[in-house]
Design a protein. Structure first.
Length: 126
């Protein structure tokens, strides 16, 4: 068959949910060489993201986090010791600088409790 005919036959076979379109394929016994990435986001008890929980020393964004943030304030991606974890604003597209936008977001989150703190620490082996 031509490529167009073969594609049409495949589409028809796959669209038919009453029969197995691939009866000669063995069932998958295991999957190897695959990777799954899980991102744990600090959240408050309402499920909202909490920003600025850097040190994970306590269950709240506190003074230890502030001191860690202050150590990174003013750095940019051009600096050898830049840590992107402190570039928290804009949330969807960090700008490569730890600047006042990041500080204001940190300030908004200061004192918030991370409801899933224990889960994150366990996942990180802490």
């Amino acid at each position: 068959p031509s490529s167009v005919e073969a594609l049409a036959a495949l589409e028809t076979a796959v669209a038919d949910t009453t029969t197995d379109p691939f009866p000669n394929l063995n069932a998958v016994a295991s999957v190897s060489g695959s990777t799954e990435s899980v991102t744990l986001v600090p959240e408050d008890d309402g499920g909202e993201s909490v920003f600025g929980w850097f040190t994970r020393d306590e269950d709240t964004v506190g003074f230890n986090d502030f001191f860690a943030f202050a150590d990174h304030f003013g750095r940019s991606s051009a600096d050898a010791n830049f840590d992107a974890a402190y570039d928290i604003k804009p949330i969807d597209a960090p700008n490569g600088e730890v600047d006042f936008d990041d500080f204001f977001l940190f300030s908004d989150n200061f004192g918030k409790t991370v409801a899933n703190a224990a889960t994150i620490r366990t996942a990180l082996g802490e």
